[in-house]
Design a protein around this ligand. Structure first.
Ligand code: ADP
Ligand code: MG
Length: 364
């Protein structure tokens, strides 16, 4: 069942189309992330769902019921923000109890629920503290507890971890995932951080300038981005523009400044004469010293000559920047290997890749 469904929802601010009409749904129990650069419409979309902003068009359904016109309090949704939004003069207990008191729950039941939920977010001993006596991570756990305590149908999270440092952010990502799994609550998270989106989400809604660019699992989004924007927003992308020379089934031949390249064309329907982009991920590029035989196993029969400009050690992998003879820069990522040391900086190298690792996608 769809926990939430949007049909042709849009929002305009004067001349600014903050959201173009868009459709998407979140299934019960799913963890979905709205991902996109600043200004792409993520907060607007979340606020439209929460009822804080009216949509200019479209309908919103929660469990099949049209709530487009319902006030925020009647939607049964919880919200967690980056700035915690805890009430500073109240204790943690009172902050969490607040939504239950509003709902006129009996006192002893409130006490039991607050205790349970503080155990759940692993903060059993802080009920009597004020928010300012807590660290940022603890405050964010209290915000989550305050949300979970009244059992909302859906929790909306607007960059809740944005203000935390990297280590704490990663800890909280795991914590939120654990709560999501244990409680089975549906969550819709907003972030501009691709790593957070990839590591936390069942599905990602990638947004760009108020439009949905692609909706996919993290794996699909990385392996089969539909557009050049999607390819470069998720991970590192070598993008080569070209013109389709021949396209049949899932194979294509594309004319580029690097020559005629073979590509996999599973998700792109462009035909002869159309402009496209080719995507080659850094880990798919093979790099060898230029002294290797220049003919041979390059799958296009092509190997691309260049100069190794820079190598950056990233733990278990090394990232190389290579300037090809025609001027194009390519990023190459290889496992660090003592047995097969990389060429020296400034050395001539040859690059190649398998045609199935070169994907034809839409040009932006
Ligand atoms: P994000 O959360 O992805 O950074 P927002 O949803 O905040 O993006 O903003 C999307 C676009 O709508 C931006 O161009 C922003 O300037 C505009 N916008 C958002 N809120 C308002 C508002 N209250 N008035 C005018 N323009 C707004
Ligand atoms: Mg925002």
């Amino acid at each position: 069942m769809n926990m939430i469904e949007l049909k042709q929802v849009s929002r305009r601010y004067g001349a600014v189309q903050a959201l173009a009409p868009l459709d998407f749904s979140v299934k019960q129990g799913e963890f979905v992330t709205l991902l996109g650069p600043s200004g792409s419409g993520k907060t607007t979309l979340l606020n439209v769902i929460a009822g804080m902003v009216n949509p200019s068009s479209g309908q919103i359904f929660v469990r099949g019921v049209d709530i487009t016109k319902a006030p925020p309090s009647a939607r049964g949704l919880g919200m967690v923000f980056q700035n915690y939004a805890l009430m500073p003069h109240m204790t943690v207990f009172d902050n969490i109890a607040f939504p239950l008191r509003v709902r006129k729950m009996p006192k002893d039941e409130i006490a039991r629920k607050v205790k349970d939920v503080l155990d759940m977010v692993r903060l059993p001993d802080i009920a009597q503290r004020k928010p300012k006596e807590l660290s940022g991570g603890q405050q964010q756990r209290v915000s989550l507890a305050r949300c979970i305590v009244y059992n909302p149908a859906l929790i909306l999270l607007d960059e809740p971890l944005g203000a935390l440092d990297k280590k704490l952010r990663e800890q909280m990502q795991l914590e939120i995932r654990r709560l999501h799994a244990e409680l089975g609550i549906t969550m819709l998270n907003v972030t501009h951080d691709q790593d957070e989106a990839l590591s936390m989400s069942d599905r990602i809604v990638l947004m760009n300038e108020g439009r949905v660019e692609q909706i996919a699992t993290p794996d699909e989004l990385y392996r089969s981005p539909r557009t050049a924007f999607a390819a470069s927003f998720i991970g590192t992308a070598n993008l080569i523009s070209g013109t389709v020379e021949h396209h049949a089934g899932e194979r294509a031949l594309v004319s580029t400044s690097l020559g005629m390249l073979r590509a996999a064309a599973t998700a792109c329907t462009a035909s002869r004469g159309e402009s496209v982009t080719l995507l080659v991920r850094p880990e798919s590029v093979r790099m060898g010293p230029a002294s290797d035989s220049p003919t041979g196993d390059g799958a296009d029969g092509l190997r691309h000559a260049g100069t190794l400009e820079d190598s950056i050690m990233l733990g278990s992998v090394v990232r190389h920047h290579v300037r090809l003879t025609g001027g194009m820069q390519m990023v190459v990522q290889q496992q660090d290997s003592r047995r097969r040391p990389a060429p020296e900086r400034g050395a001539p190298v040859l690059l190649d890749w398998a045609p199935e690792d070169c994907q034809m996608i839409l040009q932006d």
